[in-house]
Design a protein around this ligand. Structure first.
Ligand code: F6R
Length: 238
């Protein structure tokens, strides 16, 4: 087991710059790469920088494929708070993925998502955020380290964190997420943590042992996971 390598930078902008440099290096070396993508506030500056890089001709996604971590269950197609909508708004509509090359999991057939990832040759680089409760994807505390893509019930804390995107409507109670086992099969994993609200989760992720209380602590089962944290998110790491 290897603790993830921790890179501490000043702020969220610097963290996103580190992540995007990793993506651009991968894309330069392997234009047909398979990217594991995430949503959430942490990813906004990452996606903005990827769009900027694409506009200045520094990267093309024309031969790449992507698999997102997760999606809510029960939203009507095109719901503005769906992760599919988020991805279109922040990235997909502004870069050059081929039609059909981007994927989000579908609660109707989680096993098909695993099969599609395998058929694509596996994920080269999985980007992750982290929940205030230590979740990765929507693998909430208590998730098994060997879990696969499946339907999960969202933790109350997660629903509260994500409430602003849905207000005044309630946040869905269920989601479909890649499992921790699915995430750990990616050839490279890069978790980005920014802001003081993530400090306890980052400290637990890098704590003495894998604990079901902090799903991100399972990243030490990956041979070379990296955590990029800003100073505020790294503040609890001893
Ligand atoms: C999103 C995802 C989640 C988020 C996490 C942090 O696709 O899988 O694990 O990365 O909830 O969300 P933000 O970045 O909004 O704090």
């Amino acid at each position: 087991m290897n603790l993830p390598r921790l890179i501490v930078v000043d702020d969220a902008e610097a963290a996103s710059a580190v992540a995007v440099a990793r993506v651009l290096a991968l894309m330069a070396a392997k234009p047909q790469a398979v990217l594991g993508l995430a949503t959430g506030e942490t990813m906004r500056p990452v996606h903005r920088r990827l769009v900027e890089a694409h506009r200045r001709g520094a990267v093309s996604f024309a031969r790449a494929r992507s698999f997102n971590l997760d999606e809510y269950i029960g939203l009507r197609p095109g719901h503005p708070a769906s992760f599919a909508s988020f991805m279109r708004r922040t990235l997909f509509d502004a870069v050059d993925f081929a039609a059909g090359a981007t994927h989000l999991p579908d609660g109707d057939d989680p096993a098909a998502y695993e099969a599609a990832i395998k058929a694509a040759g596996g994920i080269d680089l999985q980007l992750l955020g982290i929940g205030g409760n230590g979740h990765i994807g929507f693998n909430e505390p208590g998730s098994d380290v060997a879990s696969r893509t499946r339907i999960v019930r969202l933790a109350d804390a997660t629903r509260a964190d994500n409430a602003p995107a849905f207000a005044p409507d309630p946040v869905p109670e269920q989601a479909v997420t890649m499992g921790i086992g699915t995430i750990l099969e990616a050839r490279a994993v890069l978790l980005i943590a920014t802001g003081g609200a993530k400090a306890p989760a980052v400290a637990a992720a890098l704590g003495p042992a894998i604990t079901p209380h902090c799903p991100a602590s399972a990243l030490r089962l990956h041979p070379a996971a990296v955590i990029v944290a800003d100073r505020a998110a790294a503040a609890g790491v001893s």
